[in-house]
Design a protein around this ligand. Structure first.
Ligand SMILES: Nc1ncnc2c1ncn2[C@@H]1O[C@H](COP(=O)(O)OP(=O)(O)O)[C@@H](O)[C@H]1O
Ligand SMILES: [Mg+2]
Length: 237
């Protein structure tokens, strides 16, 4: 569904991604791990169109996305949940969800999608007039995920969905992601929490200093001594 070939991208002339390739098949969950500063967020921002790649190719269902801006990428049914949620704390839950549909413009489609989101997350219907900033950290992460569903994505890009959450909220977030995936949404998930992503991913890519360092199944990653030592350390069971 998503094919990234040898992309180079960065900020101004500074090249952060120095030839990165990866792919996501329909219905797959694909993880991206790697040290801080490796370029994981830059990779997601490039796929979503916040950053224009210097070279290389990003294709979705065979259609080249290079140069598409985020609203156009969203209309191709690609959703994005940013590292810092990207919620508006001073706006209500309902207003935040409505913003998820800005790229569609068609209000009846947005209303229909809102209804589906409220069915999936009854808590957000009950509290729709509350400010997003009044939610707990875990609830805010779920709201950011809920908002990404308004465009009915076939592919979701998620930047560290477990970051800064207590274990029980990480479980909530990943239970939600698993359900969405079971309903057919493919996912490209950047994670610092290697254990949690190895548990759900069909495939894992390791990014080091802007380039691919490993690509394989979670089982293959666990069998690779260097990679396992670096990314699982004492976490390894
Ligand atoms: N807006 C920006 N302008 C310039 N450099 C940036 C910007 N955002 C990130 N970088 C740099 O790009 C590199 C990769 O960052 P990032 O993609 O956020 O890594 P990761 O998500 O893997 O921690 C880092 O060296 C970071 O300092
Ligand atoms: Mg990051």
């Amino acid at each position: 569904m998503l094919q990234v070939d040898d992309i180079r991208a960065g900020y101004d002339r500074l090249e952060i991604l120095q030839g990165v390739s990866l792919s996501v098949a329909p219905r797959q969950i694909v993880g991206v791990i790697g040290p801080n500063g490796a370029g994981k967020s830059t990779l997601l921002k490039t796929i979503f169109g916040y950053i224009r790649p210097f070279s290389g190719r990003i294709a979705l269902r065979g259609e080249i996305l290079n140069g598409y801006r985020p609203d156009k990428v969203m209309r191709q049914r690609v959703g994005f949940v940013a590292q810092a949620n990207g919620l508006f704390a001073e706006m209500t839950i309902q207003e935040n969800l409505l913003l998820g549909g800005y790229s569609i413009g068609n209000t009846s489609a947005v209303r229909h999608a809102m209804e589906e989101v409220y069915e999936r997350f009854p808590l957000f219907r009950e509290r729709r007039r509350q400010l997003a900033g009044s939610l707990s950290g875990g609830e805010q992460r779920l709201l950011a995920i809920a908002r990404s569903l308004i465009i009915k994505p076939e592919l979701l890009l998620l930047d560290e969905p477990s970051a800064a959450l207590a274990p029980r909220f990480i479980d909530d977030v990943y239970a939600t992601l698993r359900k969405l995936n079971a309903q057919g949404i493919a996912m490209l998930v950047v994670e610092q929490n290697t254990g949690v992503i190895l548990d759900v991913a069909d495939r894992v890519f390791v990014l080091e200093m802007g380039t691919n360092a490993f690509d394989g199944t979670p089982a293959e990653l666990l069998a690779d001594d260097r990679i396992r030592r670096l990314y699982l350390g004492s976490e390894a069971a």
